[in-house]
Design a binder for this molecule. Structure first.
Ligand code: ATP
Ligand code: MG
Length: 239
């Protein structure tokens, strides 16, 4: 397996050297666990090595992304100007927004196929090495039926691999429990970010649940979000 460094301090030690190149990783977590920060840190690290990346936001506003990454000193604005990172806000409604009111009244809402097609077009350039989709949970909401959404998502993931992209697919989790969905089966790797009560403070833990073709440490390890981004402590225990 060709490895690419994640850029998350301490994370590569859990995964025998980082992400596997040209694979899809689901990054699941409850609210505020640092999923978006993790995804952007992965892109910034690639950009520093000359690997171009794209961040596709379905929910986060790009302006907010700029603002909240300021404290990490990543300078996304310069990286975007230099064409190293593309921040793309894709709204499910954007297909509708392009229409005039008269067209809109007549038009059918976009179908699952329309939405996935638009997304593929966005990624249809050979310039990107890394991509983050934030989040797959929202993408799935756009689907007309679970059957169709699953088929389209599977097709999208095959397409991304064909394009040799290394992808982080952010997934919203409603609880810390083992609540999986079909993207976890489709993906090559699954990482879970969790937030645990511990006396008065809460602790954060990261678990690598699967990574096809790699030796992994499946112990839940503590991680912290600081002004430097996310840092994992790969030899420490949570409690
Ligand atoms: N400089 C910083 N130092 C410490 N913690 C920070 C810093 N910047 C952000 N955070 C923490 O990071 C968390 C938010 O991270 P992020 O937005 O990546 O989470 P998320 O999992 O994407 O959330 P959501 O599910 O709402 O999209 C917040 O809980 C915030 O407290
Ligand atoms: Mg987020």
């Amino acid at each position: 397996m060709d490895k690419i460094s994640s850029g998350i301090t301490g994370f590569d030690e859990l995964t025998d050297g980082g992400f596997n190149k040209s694979t899809v990783t689901v990054l699941g977590g409850t609210p505020g666990t640092g999923k978006t920060i993790f995804g952007l840190q992965f892109l910034v690290n690639g950009a520093k090595k000359g690997e171009k990346g794209i961040y596709i936001a379905l929910e986060e506003r790009i302006e907010d992304v700029h603002e909240f990454t300021e404290s990490f000193g990543w300078d996304l604005i310069s990286l975007a100007k230099d064409d190293m990172i593309t921040l793309h806000q894709y709204k499910i409604s954007s297909l509708e927004e392009k229409m005039s009111l008269a067209q809109y009244k007549k038009a059918e809402p976009p179908t699952t196929k329309d939405i996935f097609y638009a997304l593929k077009q966005e990624l249809d350039s050979n310039k990107y090495a890394r991509a983050v989709i934030d989040s797959v949970s929202l993408l799935k909401l756009a689907g007309d039926s679970e059957k169709e959404t699953r088929a389209e998502l599977a097709s999208l993931l095959r397409y991304l691999k064909l394009k040799k992209l290394t992808v982080v697919l952010i997934a919203e989790r409603l609880s810390n429990g083992d609540n999986y969905d079909f993207e976890d089966f489709l993906a090559d790797s699954v990482i879970q970010l969790r937030d645990y009560p511990s006396n008065e403070e809460r602790k954060r833990g990261i678990t690598v649940l699967k990574m096809r073709g790699s030796k992994i440490d499946r112990t839940t390890r503590p991680y912290f979000i600081t002004d430097k981004g996310i840092t994992v402590y790969p030899t420490e225990h949570l409690l």
